[in-house]
Design a protein. Structure first.
Length: 148
């Protein structure tokens, strides 16, 4: 019984973190010390970014079929392309190269028109960046950190 209660609490907590978002519209929320940014697309596709003052930026992509990959998944590579520009690895926020790529990706999200997210074995997702600059603050003015 105790395990069932613990499992229910974990599910409810994680579900609330992903319960917001709007199709083709960037949204933000603040919950339990975490800034959260999300956009949803076709099917189950979603790009979710969270930031705290104490940890590196967290990125999670869910494809239209519901498969997920995040910056915490070992061995998985998550890529982003803004406006058909250069491919950037966006799931490594700890290494110097990964941190630099994520900072550039964040900047490009604020300036671009469309982002394409991809990973091996997952469906590619495309999301609008219309008004993203109004939702995503400048990196220096956010709680988003890389390279910690």
């Amino acid at each position: 019984m105790k395990r069932l209660i613990i499992a229910a609490v974990i599910c409810a907590t994680s579900a609330s973190a992903f319960a917001f978002g709007s199709r083709d519209h960037w949204t933000t929320s603040y919950e339990q010390g975490t800034d959260q940014y999300v956009i949803t697309g076709t099917g189950n596709s979603r790009l979710y970014i969270s930031c705290t003052t104490e940890d590196n930026m967290f990125v999670q992509y869910t494809d239209a079929a519901g498969r997920q990959l995040s910056s915490l998944d070992p061995g998985g590579k998550l890529y982003g392309v803004v406006d058909r520009d250069n491919l950037m690895a966006i799931n490594d926020s700890a290494s110097p190269l990964g941190a630099a790529q994520l900072k550039l990706f964040w900047k490009r999200l604020r300036e671009g028109q469309q982002v394409t997210i991809s990973s091996a074995g997952m469906l590619t997702g495309k999301f609008t960046l219309k008004d993203a600059d109004k939702v995503l603050p400048e990196m220096a003015k956010s709680n988003c950190h890389t390279g910690l």
